[in-house]
Ligand binder design. Structure first.
Ligand code: FES
Length: 131
């Protein structure tokens, strides 16, 4: 746990994923791209997925945002890899936060951004494939 001056405690896992995020970058030939933003803090997240035979075989992200947004982006991209598209849709922001060992209450909205980015990428994938 890291305690900050504002008494916000971050788990070790959040700190690890913030300092060394997994799956950063873009997928040039992505099958789905999700773009979301939080109008209050102004943070934005872009999530790319590559799908083969209905399975997410790769996921990457670019996030311009707070530490919790980066850690949740890193975790959500880890969690979706290898999952079927319908399974990935079940991943909630709470599941992402739990996988990170929890988030401070005032940072839970950052995990919502990760869930929304994933949903938006899957919607984009579905739009492209159901033409
Ligand atoms: Fe904006 Fe975390 S403060 S997503």
């Amino acid at each position: 746990m890291l305690e900050t001056p504002g008494n916000i405690e971050y788990s070790q896992k959040v700190l690890e994923h913030f300092s060394n995020p997994h799956n950063v970058g873009e997928i040039p030939d992505a099958d789905g791209i999700g773009n979301v933003g939080n109008p209050i803090c102004g943070d934005v997240m872009r999530l790319y997925i590559k799908v083969k035979d209905d399975k997410i075989i790769d996921a990457k992200f670019k996030t311009f945002g707070c530490g919790a947004a980066i850690a949740t982006s890193s975790m959500v991209t880890d969690l979706v890899k290898g999952k079927r598209v319908d399974e990935a849709l079940q991943i909630s922001n709470k599941a992402v936060a739990e996988a990170l060992g929890g988030l401070p209450k005032i940072k839970m909205h950052c995990s919502v951004l990760a869930e929304e980015a994933l949903r938006s990428a899957i919607e984009d994938y579905k739009k492209k494939t159901t033409k």
